[in-house]
Design a protein around this ligand. Structure first.
Ligand SMILES: [Zn+2]
Length: 197
């Protein structure tokens, strides 16, 4: 039951703020009885997080109806600068969109190719690695030649860079109302992923 996830990623929170914001979100969900303070490592596979919060008695308030017998797996809270991929596996985004000129740079030229063009992807990959390690990285747009922070770029395939993410493992689909409220409480832009382990 727990090998797929639904993930909400905060795209704008800083490293300095992410830990406190994560605790604020957990406290909110605990108070609503959607999750418990009690944690478990069963049936969850979030990168770098060993344990998640078990579902609380009111968990079904924030999901579609999948029957009373359903038991969701834990909710993992991931704090730290990471690249997040939708779907299954870690496949590079097919394109990057410049925040300055909105030009799209093709990274994977589907359907001619099924892998990233190494020469195109490398500068983006380098900027992402720099951001992960230092909090800052920039990539230069091939179209307008202006360098922009890597976190300002747009991405195809729901690829997302973020410093706070919450993974719901094995939950029925979360309601749109819940996802919207979650985003409002974060106070930032969000990305929303579903995927499989
Ligand atoms: Zn540009």
């Amino acid at each position: 039951m727990g090998d797929y996830f639904e993930r909400i990623i905060d795209l704008d929170v800083t490293s300095a703020e992410a830990g406190a914001l994560a605790e604020h979100m957990v406290e909110w969900m605990v108070q609503r009885r959607w999750i418990l303070r009690e944690t478990s490592s069963e049936a969850m596979y979030s990168l770098g997080v060993d344990e998640g919060y078990l579902p609380g008695p009111q968990w079904s308030e924030i999901t579609q109806e999948w029957g009373e017998d359903w038991i969701p797996a834990p909710v993992a809270v991931i704090v730290g600068r990471h690249a997040h991929y939708s779907g299954q596996g870690e496949i590079e985004p097919a394109a990057a969109i410049c925040p300055h000129c909105q030009a799209g740079t093709v990274i994977i030229d589907y359907p001619q190719r099924w892998e990233a063009d190494p020469a195109v992807w490398q500068p983006f990959s380098d900027a992402i690695e720099a951001w992960k390690h230092t909090g800052a990285g920039a990539a230069t747009c091939p179209a307008c030649t202006i360098a922009s922070p890597i976190t300002a770029w747009g991405w195809a395939d729901d690829f997302a860079l973020g410093t706070l993410a919450v993974d719901f493992w094995g939950w029925p689909p979360l309601t749109e109302d819940f996802i919207a409220e979650f985003g409002r409480r974060l106070g930032h832009r969000i990305a929303h992923h579903t995927g499989k382990f």
